[in-house]
Design a protein around this ligand. Structure first.
Ligand SMILES: Nc1ncnc2c1ncn2[C@@H]1O[C@H](COP(=O)(O)OP(=O)(O)O)[C@@H](O)[C@H]1O
Ligand SMILES: [Mg+2]
Length: 264
């Protein structure tokens, strides 16, 4: 059995005008230690899939299996990173990370737990600012805290929903690097939603292309064969990079919403 599996996963909302089938028959297996990105047009159902896997949204149809167990609700075995991390504003970055660490490593001593939080905050480059509160941190730094918090749980799976979508390009590049460095060390099984094809190629072992809704599913899957650790400028200097990129853009363009014809 695969480490992670979505089996006939589906989501239907009941609306006043009838059932809205958002995701239908979404089937995906992910190997342990694999990094998978999901791309697709806005509103197709990417976050719906991810939130069902996270246990934050009820599953209408099918099942999700992680580590031979069917998931049932949210839990610290899945580290979730959203576009903006929900940090408690009155607590320092360190204490925010400790909240999760205390929950998962309840059997460890306080000193051991502090070391874990300390280690991951240093790994994301916050050694000098871990005792600041969220309001004193930039958006990029707050997302570093979000990554540290997710990795510090040593989750069975990492779930990321457009984690760098609100950051400027330079900060986004830095954070992609932070994420890859951490991932290279720990090789957590990861599922990440993004609409940025370059981000997906840089990070993923496989890119899952979702069809447009309603009743969205998997349209195509692309394996990214670049060796790891990857160097951004090195891979961008290969022809293969542009083959991958064209493949993804072609998929998305074929499904782009039809634009009104120009008058005249
Ligand atoms: N409570 C709801 N009732 C009906 N439709 C919903 C509800 N929540 C989300 N949707 C619809 O589900 C679709 C997929 O949303 P989402 O998964 O957030 O898309 P993506 O992350 O790919 O942009 C959207 O078209 C949205 O309108
Ligand atoms: Mg979304």
């Amino acid at each position: 059995m695969a480490y992670f599996e979505c089996i006939h996963l589906g989501k239907t909302y009941k609306t006043p005008t009838g059932n809205a089938v958002i995701v239908q028959d979404f089937n995906l297996t992910i190997e342990k230690g694999e990094f998978v990105c999901i791309i697709g047009h806005s509103g197709c159902g990417k976050s719906t899939v991810l939130s069902m896997v996270a246990g934050l949204n009820d599953i209408s149809d099918g099942t999700v299996v992680l580590g031979e167990r069917e998931i049932n609700g949210a839990g610290p075995d899945r580290g979730v990173v959203f576009q903006a991390p929900c940090l408690l504003p009155w607590m320092t970055a360190f204490d925010n990370v400790m909240l999760g660490v205390d929950q998962v490593y309840y059997h460890a001593t306080r000193e051991e737990r502090r070391q874990i939080a300390n280690y991951y905050l240093a790994m994301v480059g916050l050694a000098g600012s871990m005792h600041k509160r969220p309001a004193e941190l930039s958006g990029g730094m707050r997302q570093r805290v979000g990554l540290a918090r997710a990795f510090a749980l040593s989750p069975r799976m990492l779930l990321l929903d457009e984690p760098f979508g609100m950051l400027d390009k330079l900060t986004k590049f830095e954070l992609q690097q932070v994420l890859l460095d951490l991932w290279n060390r720990e090789r957590l099984t990861a599922m990440m939603v993004t609409h940025d094809v370059d981000e997906a190629i840089y990070l993923a072992d496989r890119i899952i292309m979702m069809t447009n809704g309603p009743a969205a599913g998997i349209g195509d899957i692309l394996s990214i064969k670049f060796e790891r650790p990857r160097d951004r400028s090195e891979i961008m200097n290969t022809e293969l990079y542009y083959e991958y990129r064209d493949h993804l853009i072609h998929f998305l363009e074929e499904r782009a919403s039809v634009r009104p014809a120009l008058a005249g």
